[in-house]
Design a protein around this ligand. Structure first.
Ligand code: ATP
Length: 457
């Protein structure tokens, strides 16, 4: 395991990934010209495409491939009682200590026990304050007066928007248990430790699916969703030896959870949570019943009108954390023995073609002799079906490298032969193999290659 991590870190350090992300327009620091805003990041032209595709793949998996899951897009601002019912006002806290000498603020659960016991700062040896609870929810106010009646929170998770709409969705869409509701959206947490690029940020996005089941069938469904979420990552060609399960032990289990497993990913800084699968029991709907006074029981019309509060199995993934994972997973450096240039290295992002920001780049070998015009015509045709790029500047080898670094799985090169016989070369990012394909067959060929893509490196 240490060997595996060392080898990987040799290639894909967080510094390299952060710098590539900036250089190529995946992710920029928020408000950089003002010195940056901690815990917030901006997604550039390639980054927003990647994020949309990661979210799109999840959305397709959840809503298109499952007949019993529907989507929702609920508001970020919710009635403040929501967060009392959910337990966030009371329990969504980190234990914090401050150093009286160097003024650093630390999470008490992240510093060594001996420092905590001796109240000694691990950074400077100064005296630490007592541990106090720090609520992670961002507060703001709504309306013209800034008093306690105008208090409102930025949601710290998307799940509650699903729970409060569960009855609406049963009624409007005639859903029958078991069924699920999926949502992708922003969430906000006042995180104190935000290092490691976009891993832990104050503003981030989640992809959450809440699956409502009959009590007693919850364990079976919990296992089924564990299986499905694992298979999902496998299908998208992620490195499966970089994924593992972590079961929450006694002390780790959230107050509402009966059982919880995380899917962890081997990031360059080690194994970290990527997604959680939780058996939340009837806690959430029970609490919302209590706080709202509304009856949130399900009436099982096919089961003799039996009434019960459903159990909830949750799959909760970070979208922005999945983007970071996708970048780390795809990152590779390799020596390529180009013609006569043995020392040539390339950086390549081996994205699954369904996730790559640009699917196909069209490159004329030369600008002159009508090659640029022909390449533009080909690009225009491909645009309808794929995200395309066009690049006519510089040596062809350099242009391939630029596309490799952006993770573009296919390059189409237009040369003199193209004018003669209507074929182009199709270059594959991973193998760097090139073969001639008739222009008329390009679209169908690309569709079939994307569908049958298998990661080889
Ligand atoms: P952690 O222990 O890492 O703080 P958590 O257990 O509080 O996370 P959940 O509340 O279960 O996380 O949120 C579900 C998912 O949302 C996590 O698996 C993670 O992918 C993502 N997530 C949570 N907090 C953040 C954050 N501050 N920045 C980016 N992604 C986050």
């Amino acid at each position: 395991m240490t060997e595996q991590l060392n080898e990987y870190q040799g290639k894909a350090s967080m510094e390299k990934i952060t710098s590539l992300a900036k250089r190529r327009g995946f992710v920029f620091q928020s408000s950089e010209i003002y010195g940056g805003q901690n815990g917030a990041w901006d997604y550039g032209p390639l980054g927003v495409e990647l994020k949309n595709r990661v979210a799109g793949a999840w959305w397709k998996e959840m809503t298109q491939l499952n007949d019993d899951i529907v989507g929702l897009d609920s508001a970020i601002l919710m009635h403040p009682r929501t967060w009392e019912a959910s337990g966030h006002v009371e329990n969504f806290t980190d234990p914090l200590v401050d150093c009286k000498k160097c003024k650093i603020r630390l999470r008490a659960d992240m510093i060594p026990d001996e420092n905590l016991a001796a109240k000694k700062c691990p950074e400077c040896g100064g005296e630490l304050t007592d541990t106090r609870k720090f609520n992670l929810m961002f507060k703001t106010s709504i309306g013209p007066a800034e008093d306690s009646s105008s208090l409102i929170y930025l949601r710290p998770e998307t799940a509650q928007g699903i729970y409060v709409n569960y009855k609406n969705i049963i009624q409007s869409n005639r859903m029958k248990i078991p069924f699920g509701i999926a949502q992708v959206g922003k969430a906000f947490r006042n995180e104190i430790v935000t290092k490691n690029f976009i891993f832990r940020t104050c503003e981030f996005e989640q992809m959450e699916m809440q699956y409502f089941v009959k009590p007693g069938t919850d364990e079976e469904w919990f296992n089924e969703w564990k299986r499905r979420r694992w298979a999902y990552y496998e299908r998208l060609g992620y490195k499966m030896d970089h994924l593992r399960w972590h079961q929450h032990g006694e002390g780790e289990l959230a107050h509402y959870a009966k059982d919880a497993y995380d899917i962890q990913y081997l990031f360059p800084m080690g194994w970290r949570e990527l997604e959680g699968i939780h058996n939340r029991t009837d806690y959430d709907l029970g609490r919302h019943t209590q706080f709202s006074g509304k009856d949130l029981q399900y009436i099982d019309q096919e089961g003799g009108n039996e009434r019960y509060i459903p159990y909830i199995i949750e799959t909760s993934a970070g979208l922005t954390r999945n983007v970071l994972m996708t970048l780390c997973d795809a990152y590779d450096e390799e020596q390529v023995a180009d013609k006569g240039n043995e020392d040539d290295w390339r950086t390549v992002l081996r994205f699954h073609p369904a996730l790559a920001p640009i699917t196909v780049a069209v490159l004329p070998l030369m600008k002159k002799d009508g090659l640029a015009e022909l390449a533009q015509d080909i690009r225009r045709d491909l645009k309808e079906d794929f995200a395309t790029d066009y690049d006519q500047g510089g040596a062809i080898g350099r242009r391939y490298r630029r596309q490799d670094e952006a993770g573009t799985p296919f390059c189409v090169t237009v040369d003199y032969q193209s004018k003669e016989d209507g074929t182009v070369t199709l270059r594959h990012r991973d193998s760097m193999e090139q073969l001639r394909v008739p222009i008329a067959e390009l679209t169908a060929r690309l569709h079939s290659e994307i569908k049958s893509y298998k990661r080889t490196k």
